[in-house]
Design a protein around this ligand. Structure first.
Ligand code: BGC
Length: 777
């Protein structure tokens, strides 16, 4: 129904572009003002001298206390006969976690620096994952923006808000590569690709920490979960990962390395067994790889209870052995389990650990505190907090971020954008009027919850008749997670008759409306930690609802609210428009409705390959070519029942504009190892409105000392183009992009071989060129 939808798109495009630029400037100014008193970085010598002078004054117990992080939330210290205040007084802890109670943090900090003999300031840790008060899209959505500058700014707002309350230690970013979306924590990362993952990791660290540790309004970040957590067997959370070293170094470690190069202060060790050795007790991993190879200088904190769990894994004999194994492996701080607090002193007394080794482990913790300026400024001026948390520019920026995260998966016959003059709209689905789900479910207890999609549609179309039907329900079948609000799961389930009635009502509403906005997906409690699934089908009665509503014969637009790809194969064949909106944060609903009605033009791209169903997983574009590839005439390495290709490829996403890529140019046909060459291409907006395209560069090495992936992302840039405008994008290829870790030489190498290069709008880009790498003389 193109006539319904074609408004003055050019005007819309320009208005939203200019308001976007103005908002960015406004927000940057606000942040710059709030962080104006930037402290200058201390030199390593200054830090070391300070650390030594502190260390000399500490008793063994006080040193061990620094290596201990204790829960300070109501639920976490219930089982402990000693209160957090008393622990602080006894110098038992270097850090507390899980509380966001500013008064409690302030009180504990006073006790630590005034009453505990050591007088050492505390770190207060929390999972500020995608915002504190004003919530940005969940990380997989942020990654879908392919916009590191936006991600950095969003995380700097998150840090500013959180740090105003007394928090100073953030368990973010999660950079685990995830290639199996059954794993619930795919929602917390940047998807399947190491190059995109590295760019997102860098942006997050810079946003959270600022240009250096100690920058006012920022926090120390913790990159997690080191490493390989996303490769859990069968996609089951916490299950073992078996990762060959080639894959580990070329894929899984890459975003961690980027975070370390960006200066991340702490690393969180993972829960699972990595090649049979638990990551939090894995000396090779935490010392050889992390410190020696990746050059990490900060401190390692275990994941919650991971030191104690070394015994559960069947790796440590008892708690004392667990403490010894975690310590020996290189975990500086024990999160929440008290295994260090209860056992390290005994291990020193029995001679199994030397006090000098304890010193060695405490130094990086003290160094981070020194660099953060905590000794000079342990307290936060809480009187400023409410103003910071309620800064309207923060909330406005969540709308920008949610718009930029949006991925348009399908748009037949220009179904979208919809016309604001529509007379009647049906808004249907269990997530259509569920505002809390839009902010996600983890680390968001202090969130500003914005409007629901239904409310946002009503606000956008004040003169239209907007009907709403819930349409059914979905529930997590079992496995409640203690830290998540399961009110909805606990509610009495609908009977089959009630469900059927909901579907019928939905069909009637769809028939009576000009357009139906059908909101499908997963409750936010269905993604995240402890939230793995065996299938990707739409949960509850949503598939039935979808088919019934689409069968009503009127235009239907599907909006997806989710943290993992779902099986939408049927929708991709029967519904003309599908918009992926994620758990988009505080202003998600307004951003969705802006996009549906053309006030914002979607420009996000998928950070993972979208599978047709769970039978295809794990699935990723950067796989090796087999001896019988997809384009071979006979035997191909594919299933006989479905294609091996994903439903939508990595890097894919549509726009209301159209873009063409031409004129791919490689600056030289040959390149000596160690030199660089430039790749350029022209991108033109051939559509009628302004919009964004993400130019992506992929390479393939044709032969060499190992089989290399069919394509690998090695550059990208999100650009904004006015209608008709053309821009040249520039990429540089050199050693960093062309090298890989070889299992044969056990080192990073560049092979002198022929390479393909493509530039385009997704990982299937056809525009191709090539170049030859030659051995350096
Ligand atoms: C999660 C971490 C999180 C930690 C602290 C653990 O259960 O795996 O990602 O940072 O809890 O909340």
């Amino acid at each position: 129904m193109p006539s319904l939808v074609l408004l003055s798109r050019r005007t819309f495009g320009l208005i939203s572009y200019f308001s976007f630029v103005a908002l960015i400037l406004f927000t940057s100014l606000a942040i710059a003002q709030q962080t104006a008193n930037r402290s200058t970085a201390l030199t390593d010598d200054q830090v070391n001298a300070r650390v030594e002078s502190i260390l000399k004054q500490l008793t063994l117990h006080e040193k061990i206390g620094q290596m201990n992080q204790l829960g300070a939330a109501d639920w976490s210290f219930k089982a402990d006969p000693v209160s957090p205040q008393e622990h602080a007084r006894r110098c038992d802890a270097g850090s507390f976690l899980w509380t966001t109670d500013s008064k409690l943090m302030d009180q504990l900090q006073h006790i630590a620096v005034e009453q505990c003999h050591a007088k050492l300031p505390l770190l207060f840790g929390f999972d500020v994952i995608h915002g504190y008060r004003n919530i940005f899209p969940i990380p997989i959505g942020m990654a879908a923006s392919w916009d590191p500058a936006m991600i950095e700014k969003a995380q700097s707002i998150a840090a500013l808000e959180a740090s105003s309350t007394g928090l100073n230690f953030d368990f973010t970013p999660m950079v685990d590569i995830a290639r199996d979306p059954r794993w619930g924590r795919i929602v917390e990362g940047a998807g399947e690709d190491p190059y995109l993952g590295a760019a997102v990791a860098r942006a997050q660290v810079l946003g959270l920490q600022g240009p250096q540790l100690g920058t006012p309004g920022h926090m120390v970040a913790s990159v997690k979960h080191f490493a390989g957590y996303g490769a859990a067997d069968g996609g089951r959370d916490y299950d073992s990962s078996y990762i060959p070293e080639e894959l580990f170094r070329n894929v899984y470690l890459v975003p961690f390395h980027a975070a370390i190069k960006a200066g991340v202060g702490t690393v969180m060790s993972a829960y699972m067994d990595l090649n049979d050795v638990p990551a939090s007790g894995n000396r090779w991993l935490l010392r050889d790889v992390l410190r020696r190879d990746l050059g990490f200088k900060g401190f390692v904190i275990s994941d919650a209870d991971a030191i104690k769990s070394l015994q559960v894994h069947g790796y440590a004999r008892d708690p004392q052995d667990a403490a010894l194994k975690g310590f020996t492996a290189g975990v500086n701080m024990d999160m929440a389990s008290k295994t260090y607090l209860d056992n390290l002193e005994g291990l020193v007394k029995s001679g199994k650990i030397k006090e000098s080794e304890i010193d060695e482990m405490v130094r990086p913790i003290l160094a981070i505190k020194v660099r953060m300026g905590l000794f000079e400024h342990p307290f936060v001026d809480l009187s400023k907090s409410e103003a910071i948390l309620n800064d309207p520019s923060h909330r406005q920026y969540t709308r920008v971020a949610a718009q930029r995260a949006m991925v348009l998966l399908r748009n037949e016959n220009h179904t979208l954008p919809l016309n604001k003059e529509l007379k009647s709209v049906a808004v249907i689905g269990p997530l259509a009027d569920a505002p809390k789900d839009l902010t996600g479910s983890w680390g968001v207890e202090n969130a500003n919850v914005g409007p629901s999609i239904l409310q946002a549609v009503r606000a956008k179309l004040p003169n239209a008749k907007v009907d709403y039907v819930v349409g059914g329900e979905m529930k997590r079948a079992f496995l409640p997670v203690p830290w998540i609000d399961h009110t909805r799961e606990d509610a009495k389930p609908m009977t089959p008759e009630q469900l059927a009635a909901e579907v019928n009502k939905s069909v009637e509403a769809a028939k009576a409306a000009d357009v139906t906005i059908l909101v499908l997906g997963e409750n936010s409690t269905m993604s995240g930690e402890g939230s793995s699934r065996s299938t990707l089908v739409l949960p509850g009665n949503q598939q039935q609802l979808l088919e019934a509503v689409a069968g009503a014969g009127k235009p239907v637009v599907v909006v997806l609210i989710n943290g993992r790809p779902l099986d939408i194969t049927w929708a991709s064949e029967h519904v003309p428009a599908i918009l992926e909106a994620w758990y988009g944060g505080t202003e998600a609903a307004n951003a969705i409705v802006d996009t549906l009605f053309g006030d914002s033009n979607p420009g996000g791209k998928l950070p993972f390959s979208w599978p047709r169903g769970s039978g295809q997983v794990p699935i990723y574009y950067a796989h090796n070519r087999t001896q019988a590839p997809e384009d071979a005439p006979d035997f191909t390495s594919r299933y006989w029942d479905i294609s091996s290709f994903p439903l939508y490829p990595f890097g894919y996403g549509l726009s209301y504009s159209e873009f063409t890529f031409t004129n791919l140019h490689v600056s030289s046909p040959t390149l000596k190892i160690g030199d660089k060459l430039e790749v350029t291409a022209d991108v033109q907006n051939t559509g009628a409105i302004g919009g964004d395209e993400v130019a992506q560069l992929y390479i393939h090495q044709q032969a060499g000392s190992a089989s290399r992936p069919v394509r690998q992302l090695k550059g990208f840039e999100r650009i904004t183009l006015a209608p008709g405008e053309k821009k040249t994008v520039h990429f540089t290829l050199g050693k960093d992009e062309l090298s890989y870790w070889s299992g044969q030489t056990k080192s990073w190498i560049v092979d002198p071989e022929q390479f393909d290069v493509w530039v385009g709008g997704d990982s299937k880009a056809p525009l191709h060129s090539s170049f030859q790498v030659e051995a350096a003389q």
